[in-house]
Ligand binder design. Structure first.
Ligand SMILES: Nc1nc2c(ncn2[C@@H]2O[C@H](COP(=O)(O)OP(=O)(O)O)[C@@H](O)[C@H]2O)c(=O)[nH]1
Ligand SMILES: [Mg+2]
Length: 559
C-alpha cells in the first residue's frame, strides 16, 4: 500500500532518465562556461561529478542521515532505531563529534561509506536478533548519526554540510524548543525546497508536551516548512524516550529502502535545483537569427572602407595599359610608355602569387604596409562600418537574457578590435592578378613587330629610292604588284595592318580588363566576407550556438 502512495507522490525515474538529466546538465554547464554565473556553474559541475560517483556505487543501498541541532535527540533516535547502544548520548559526551554509520543487510557498503568519509571504526553492521524479526525489511539501509549542524566546532559543521550534500535522504530531528531556528531553515531547508521528496522531519521530545501542545507544535512546524517552500513536508512526532512515533519512522525507512529510489530521487532533486538556477540566468528566448542582409551590408561597408572600388579600378586600368604596351602598334605605344601603372601607383603590384600565399600563411604585415597608398577610410566610411557591426550585434543579442546578451556583445567587441588590420590583410591576401599577362599578348607583340619591320622595310626602301633619285643615280628597279610598288605596299600595308591589329587587340583587352577587374572584385569581396564572418558573424554565432545548447540542455535537465 505504501508503494502506491509513493508512486503517486513522485514520478518513477529509471537510472537512464537520471543519467540523461545529468548529461544534459553537464552540457549546459559547458555551454554556459564563461557566460553564466561561475558560482552556479561550479555547483553544477560538482553535482555532475557527485551524481556520477553515486550512480556508479551500489543502488541497493539507501543512505539516510539523522541531522539536527545539539540535543535534539539524533543519537537517541539512532540508538532506538538500531536497537544498539552505539551513539554517545547527551551528557555522556557533549556531542557526537564524528558521524556514525549502521548498515543493515549483506550488501557491501564499504565503497559508499568511504565516499561519505566515514572511518571504519565508526561503522557497524546491524545484526538482526530474534526479537527484531523485521530487521530484514531494512536490508540496504545505511543510517548515519551525524554531528550537530549548530555545533560550535567548525569542523563538525563542515562535516554536516558535506553529508547534507551527499546522502540519499535526510531526516531532520528537531525539538519543540528549536524547531523554528532561523539558521536551520535558512541554511538547510529553504535552499533545498526542491528536495522535499528526500527529506523528513522528526519532531522529537514530544513526551514532554501535552497533547494540545503537541498538535499546535506539529501544525506550526508544518506551516513553517511550507513557507520554506516544501510542497508536502513529511513530519513525524517522535520520542526517543517513550518510543512514540518510532514505528512510523521505521515504516518510512522501510519504504525508502525497499523502493531503492532515494539515491536517484536525491540526484534528480540536485540536478533540478541547480538547473533551475541556471535556467533563470539563461532565459528561454528564441535564438536570434543573424540576418543575411545585415551581413551583406557589413561587407559593403567593409568594401567601401577598404577602398575596394579604387583598387578594382586600378586593376582594370593597369590591365588595359599593359595590354596596350604589349599589343599596341610599336610607334604609338611608345608614346604611352612613360605613363605610370595605376597599380604600381597604389603599391599593389608587388604581390606575386607566391607572396600572397606566404602572406596567407604567415600573416606578415609587410605587404599591408607597402599598400599604404590606398586611401584610408574616411570618417563616414568608418561610421558606416561601425553601424553595420552594431546592427548585427543588436539583433544577435535581441531578447536574450542579460548574461547571454552581454556575452554576444563582448564576443563581437573583442574580435571587432582587429577588424581594421584584418581588412588590410584581406586586401593583401587577395590575388590581384598583378602582372600576369595573358598568352595572346606575346603573340600579338610578335605580329606587331613583324608588321612594324615590314613597314620599316618599305620605308627604308622608299627612302633609299629617294636618295638615289636626288643623287641622280640610275633608277634602281622598283618591282610592282598590279602597278603599285612593293615598297609602298609594305609601308602603307604594314602600318594599316599594325593599327588594325592594335585596334582588335584593344577590343579584346577591354573585355579582358573588365573580366579581370570583375574577378578581382569578386575575390576581394570573398575575402571581405571571410573577414566579416570571422570577425563579427562567427563571434555572434558561437555565442548563439552556446546559448541554444545551454537552453535546450537545461530543458532536458529540468524535465
Ligand atoms: N525527554 C526526552 N529526552 C530526549 C529525547 N531524545 C533525546 N533526549 C535526551 O536529550 C539529550 C540529548 O540527546 P542526544 O540524543 O544526545 O541528542 P543529539 O545531540 O541530537 O545527538 C539526552 O539527554 C537525551 O536523553 C526525547 O524524545 N525525549
Ligand atoms: Mg548526538
Amino acid at each position: 500500500m505504501t508503494e502506491t502512495v509513493d508512486t503517486v507522490e513522485a514520478p518513477v525515474r529509471g537510472e537512464t532518465d537520471v543519467l540523461k538529466k545529468i548529461d544534459a546538465l553537464e552540457a549546459a554547464a559547458k555551454a554556459g562556461n564563461g557566460r553564466l554565473d561561475p558560482v552556479v556553474l561550479t555547483e553544477a559541475t560538482q553535482i555532475v561529478e557527485r551524481s556520477g560517483q553515486r550512480l556508479r556505487m551500489s543502488g541497493e543501498l539507501t543512505v539516510v542521515a539523522l541531522a539536527g541541532a545539539t540535543g535534539s535527540g539524533k543519537s537517541s533516535l539512532f540508538n532506538a532505531l538500531t536497537g544498539l547502544d552505539l551513539a554517545a548520548i547527551g551528557t555522556r559526551r557533549p556531542t557526537s563529534s564524528m558521524p556514525l554509520a549502521c548498515v543493515w543487510g549483506e550488501e557491501p557498503a564499504g565503497e559508499v561509506l568511504s565516499w561519505l568519509g566515514i572511518p571504519r571504526r565508526h561503522q557497524v553492521q546491524h545484526r538482526s536478533s530474534l526479537e527484531d524479526a523485521r530487521a530484514e525489511d531494512l536490508d540496504g539501509l545505511v543510517l548515519l548519526d551525524i554531528p550537530d549542524h549548530d555545533s560550535t566546532e567548525v569542523e563538525h559543521r563542515l562535516i554536516v554540510d558535506r553529508l547534507v550534500e551527499l546522502v540519499d535522504m535526510l531526516v531532520w530531528v528537531v525539538d519543540p524548543q528549536k524547531y523554528a531556528d532561523a539558521a536551520l531553515h535558512n541554511r538547510y531547508i529553504k535552499p533545498y525546497a526542491s528536495h522535499s521528496g528526500v527529506m523528513a522531519f522528526a519532531l522529537n521530545h514530544i513526551d514532554k508536551l501535552t497533547p494540545d501542545q503537541r498538535k499546535s507544535c506539529l501544525d506550526d512546524l508544518e506551516r513553517l516548512l511550507k513557507s520554506d517552500g516544501l510542497k508536502s513536508p513529511i513530519v513525524v512526532a517522535t520520542s526517543a524516550v517513550s518510543g512514540d512515533g518510532l514505528e512510523e519512522v521505521r515504516d518510512l525507512l522501510v519504504k525508502r529502502v525497499s523502493n531503492k529510489r532515494s539515491a536517484r530521487e536525491r540526484l534528480t532533486a540536485d540536478v533540478d535545483r541547480v538547473a533551475d538556477r541556471m535556467a533563470s540566468q539563461c532565459g528561454n528566448a528564441k535564438t536570434p537569427k543573424i540576418d543575411e542582409a545585415d551581413v551583406s551590408e557589413l561587407v559593403d561597408a567593409l568594401s567601401d572602407a577598404s577602398a575596394l572600388p579604387v583598387l578594382v579600378d586600378a586593376v582594370q586600368r593597369s590591365y588595359l595599359q599593359r595590354a596596350r604596351a604589349a599589343t599596341g602598334w610599336p610607334l604609338t605605344k611608345w608614346l604611352g610608355r612613360f605613363r605610370p601603372d595605376p597599380m604600381r601607383r597604389l603599391h599593389v603590384d608587388q604581390v606575386s602569387r607566391e607572396q600572397g600565399k606566404a602572406l596567407r600563411k604567415s600573416a606578415s604585415n609587410e605587404v599591408a604596409i607597402a599598400r599604404s597608398s590606398l586611401p584610408a577610410a574616411t570618417p563616414v566610411q568608418r561610421a558606416r562600418m561601425d553601424a553595420a557591426v552594431r546592427t548585427i550585434t543588436t539583433k544577435a543579442a535581441e531578447g536574450l537574457s542579460r548574461p547571454w546578451a552581454d556575452s554576444v556583445r563582448s564576443a563581437i567587441r573583442r574580435r571587432e578590435e582587429s577588424l581594421g588590420d584584418e581588412l588590410d590583410q584581406a586586401v593583401a591576401r587577395t590575388d590581384l592578378g598583378g602582372t600576369n599577362n595573358p598568352g595572346w599578348w606575346g603573340a600579338a607583340r610578335i605580329v606587331q613587330w613583324l608588321l612594324f619591320a615590314i613597314t620599316l622595310g618599305g620605308g627604308v626602301w622608299l627612302a633609299a629610292l629617294l636618295v638615289t633619285r636626288i643623287a641622280n643615280l640610275s633608277d634602281p628597279p622598283l618591282p610592282e604588284w598590279n602597278g603599285i610598288p612593293y615598297a609602298w605596299i609594305m609601308l602603307v600595308g604594314g602600318a594599316v595592318l599594325g593599327l588594325a591589329v592594335s585596334f582588335v587587340c584593344r577590343v579584346f583587352a577591354t573585355n579582358g580588363a573588365a573580366r579581370r577587374s570583375r574577378l578581382v572584385a569578386d575575390a576581394l569581396r570573398t575575402e571581405l566576407e571571410k573577414v566579416a564572418d570571422s570577425h563579427v558573424v562567427a563571434a555572434a554565432r558561437e555565442e548563439l550556438d552556446a546559448y541554444t545548447t545551454c537552453r535546450d540542455s537545461l530543458a532536458i535537465a529540468r524535465d
